[in-house]
Unconditional design. Structure first.
Length: 144
């Protein structure tokens, strides 16, 4: 279940949901665009910070990664999965606040799985979640 939940923060899922919303048209189109902008801006910030901070992923004392899933790269801070899931969840919540009851706990769950699966430290997912939220706020202010 943890491995399935962590995938909800991946690019395939978060971009796929955004594109599906755009394809629906109407009000859903606008929230899909907002989610894509939020995801894109937070992803850009994540990639810049990963290279600036260059924090290695959780490792044992010998430097061997402890991850229980495949690693997308060797850098840990901040979490891209946490950023993407927070960007999508916040965008959906801004559009329809009642969705927040479902999507915000899912985003928090994605962030928690990144720590549970030993691919990130807690501070990585907190920073990633904050970047995703900031991206959603920026998209919201641009589009509404």
């Amino acid at each position: 279940m943890t491995r399935l939940l962590t995938q909800l923060g991946g690019a395939r899922f978060t971009i796929g949901v955004s594109l599906a919303l755009i394809a629906m048209g109407g009000a859903e189109r606008r929230v899909g665009i907002a989610a894509l902008i939020a995801n894109g801006t937070s992803h850009l910030a994540v990639q810049i910070l990963k290279r600036v901070v260059a924090r290695p992923r959780p490792c044992d004392p010998c430097g061997v990664p402890l991850a229980l899933v495949a690693l997308p790269d060797s850098l840990s801070f901040p979490s891209g999965h946490a950023a993407a899931s927070a960007a999508l969840a916040a965008s959906l919540t801004f559009w329809h606040p009642l969705l927040g009851v479902v999507v915000l706990p899912l985003a928090a769950g994605v962030a928690a799985t990144r720590v549970t699966l030993r691919v990130h430290f807690v501070t990585d997912v907190l920073a990633g979640s904050a970047l995703g939220l900031a991206g959603a706020i920026a998209a919201q202010s641009l589009l509404y």
